[in-house]
Write a protein that binds this ligand. Sequence first.
Ligand SMILES: NC(=O)c1ccc[n+]([C@@H]2O[C@H](COP(=O)([O-])OP(=O)(O)OC[C@H]3O[C@@H](n4cnc5c(N)ncnc54)[C@H](O)[C@@H]3O)[C@@H](O)[C@H]2O)c1
Length: 251
Amino acid sequence: MIENKVAIITGGANGIGLATSLLFNNLGAKVIVLDNATNLKSIKNKILKKGVNIDFYKVDTSKIHLVKNKMRIIEKKYNKIDILVLNAAICPFKEFLKIDEKIFDDVVNTNQKGSFFLAQHVSKIMVKKKIRGKIVFLSSVSSIFGGSLQAHYCATKGAINQIMKSMAISLGKYNINVNAILPGTVITNLNRKQLEKNIKLKKYFINRTPLKRLISPDEIAKAILFLSSEMSSGVNGECLVVDGGMTINFQ
Ligand SMILES: NC(=O)c1ccc[n+]([C@@H]2O[C@H](COP(=O)([O-])OP(=O)(O)OC[C@H]3O[C@@H](n4cnc5c(N)ncnc54)[C@H](O)[C@@H]3O)[C@@H](O)[C@H]2O)c1
């Protein structure tokens, strides 16, 4: 499916990104992770000890010039990029009335601006090398619905959907597919504290989901795999919700 493909996964050191990196690696892809986790070295050592051969690059993807520098090294070393998964994001939960400019800028620069310019940079490489590329954005059901603690985050995810659709239109003629996954609630470092603090909220999400459980990072990874492989060759500009049905249930 993706054997011998070169895949860049941002935020691949934790949560959904890590599940995707491991799945892609298992299926024979060369996985390159871009992540700025403070404990990246220990995560990397733990993974390498298991015999998993993933390459980690420490970089803050919200800093465009730093990413471009790393990309020069990566392009030289691997020569091609077949798959790009734009997964790195932050969600500092805050009441709308308390969101200051610094938090707003951090969220926009990481979730939206960083993803935009990395996607543009990699697209240029795919076009130049005539690669039938696959680009997958991690959006969210929060791109459709609001949240009292997520006004900044929801805005960036809405923007991601529109960036994705515009890219899909621009890049279709180069045989590059661009799509987005919209996960529902998946327990990861992004929301663990929030959901542990508010057990009622967690139960609400579970009860609202027709499958009566939350979706796992592995289940999101499988949907990312679909959009990263030729299995989805006819899918372009699509927002695929992966939430166990949580957001279709109004009861
Ligand atoms: N967990 C959920 O419920 C949920 C729901 C909907 C959408 N999503 C989306 O899925 C994606 C993955 O989320 P997750 O839950 O796995 O989060 P996570 O916090 O577990 O992992 C995010 C990873 O991104 C990295 N990262 C953050 N900012 C970065 C930066 N500036 N530069 C480089 N790396 C950076 C982190 O170090 C971390 O490894 C995100 O785009 C998120 O918005 C998650």
